[in-house]
Design a protein around this ligand. Structure first.
Ligand code: RP5
Length: 164
């Protein structure tokens, strides 16, 4: 899968200020060759454009949506409200509450409209991409194989660690 193919994943973030964190999701997709697009769309600053994007995502071939936001982070919930595609939420680390605000407002979805919430910040961005790859890997054995190799390489790196 080349990354200039039709995007399979939409990575949304509430502000350009989230990119420093969310670029790690994009880099992870690039490593797996997963076609994706990254967009700044906000639940409160651009509500109509956000809903328009999400409503069109499925017909455009998008299979997974990632939504990253900080503070009163309602982006992932709003995205999930407008699609049945899987939505993964990444809470951004915020200045005042270190991302606890973002985490709680992303993870605490009432029953009925799920958001799969990852960790705060960079680990969440990386894991959202890895989880999206695992979702996409269902009907794509070559992607599953790549995931297996990634885990093996990770394990080999840890086992090769030496301490002073
Ligand atoms: C949220 O508010 C964004 O997702 C971002 O994490 C946070 C701060 O946004 P800026 O004020 O930096 O644009 O909507």
């Amino acid at each position: 899968m080349a990354s200039d193919d039709r995007p399979l994943v939409g990575v949304l973030m509430g502000s350009k200020s989230d990119w420093e964190t969310m670029k790690h999701a994009s880099e992870t997709f690039a490593r797996f060759g997963v076609a994706h697009e990254c967009r700044v769309l906000s639940a409160h600053r651009t509500p109509a454009a956000t809903v328009e994007y999400v409503r069109r995502a499925e017909e455009r071939g998008i299979e997974v949506l990632i939504a990253a936001a900080g503070g009163a982070a309602h982006l992932a919930g709003v995205v999930a409200a407008h699609t049945v595609l899987p939505v993964l939420g990444v809470p951004m680390e915020s200045a005042s509450l270190k991302g606890l605000d973002s985490l709680l407002s992303t993870v605490q979805m009432p029953g009925g409209v799920p958001v799969g919430t990852l960790a705060i910040g960079k680990p969440g961005a990386i894991n959202a991409a890895l989880l999206a790859v695992a979702i996409l890997a269902g009907p794509r054995p070559e992607l599953r194989e790549q995931l297996r190799r990634f885990r093996e390489e990770q394990a080999a790196k840890v086992l090769a660690e030496t301490l002073p």
